[in-house]
Ligand binder design. Structure first.
Ligand SMILES: [Zn+2]
Length: 185
């Protein structure tokens, strides 16, 4: 495994072929790159229902003085109506930012800088769960709440985001300082 001669180069001398005719073979960086492209394309479509909602809010934000920026495959919106939307989300704690598919809606640009790595984990969750992300997240929170747990901090989606994003570790049971939420006054 991995030591077989390249199929293409074994037929003719490597230098006689242009570089694009050198397939790298299965499991090689080239094949993995192709697989990664397909996976990302699927993730974009799979998460699209939520992305469209985020884009609609973001567009309203832009029309009311807000801003936007692209970070990787994610569009971030802040200010204007976007800030109002995020501030008025129903939650026990005030929400600083929320991910919807491939959009992140934040109260301010500074907040987006703070929560980016956390929200990037949520983006990957949307790519994995697609249309089921919302119901799965809410059901997990409901299940925790009914069992006397903490619907936000103990939610497995948040635990993953806090443990992977920002390099924070919560495996020892301690809670990280809030990033996307702030206490309501
Ligand atoms: Zn989160």
């Amino acid at each position: 495994m991995g030591s077989k001669p390249d199929v293409c180069t074994s037929r003719s001398h490597p230098s006689s072929l242009p570089s694009r005719l050198h397939p790298s073979g299965p499991g090689t960086p080239r094949r993995r790159k192709h697989f990664e492209k397909v996976r990302l394309g699927f993730g974009l479509i799979w998460a699209l229902p939520y992305t469209l909602v985020g884009l609609a809010v973001g567009a309203l934000g832009l029309a009311t003085g807000g801003g936007w920026q692209r970070r990787g495959r994610t569009l971030e919106f802040h200010g204007g109506w976007t800030t109002r939307f995020v501030r008025n989300l129903p939650a026990r704690q005030s929400i600083a930012a929320i991910t919807l598919g491939h959009t992140v809606l934040g109260q301010t640009r500074a907040v987006l800088d703070q929560v980016r790595s956390h929200e990037a984990v949520h983006v990957r969750q949307f790519e994995r769960w697609g249309p089921f992300m919302g119901p799965a997240y809410l059901l997990a929170s409901l299940w925790l709440w009914l069992g006397g747990g903490e619907p936000y901090w103990d939610n497995p989606f948040e635990r993953e985001a806090y443990s992977e994003g920002c390099g924070r570790k919560i495996a020892d049971g301690s809670r990280p300082s809030p990033t996307e939420t702030t206490r309501r006054k």
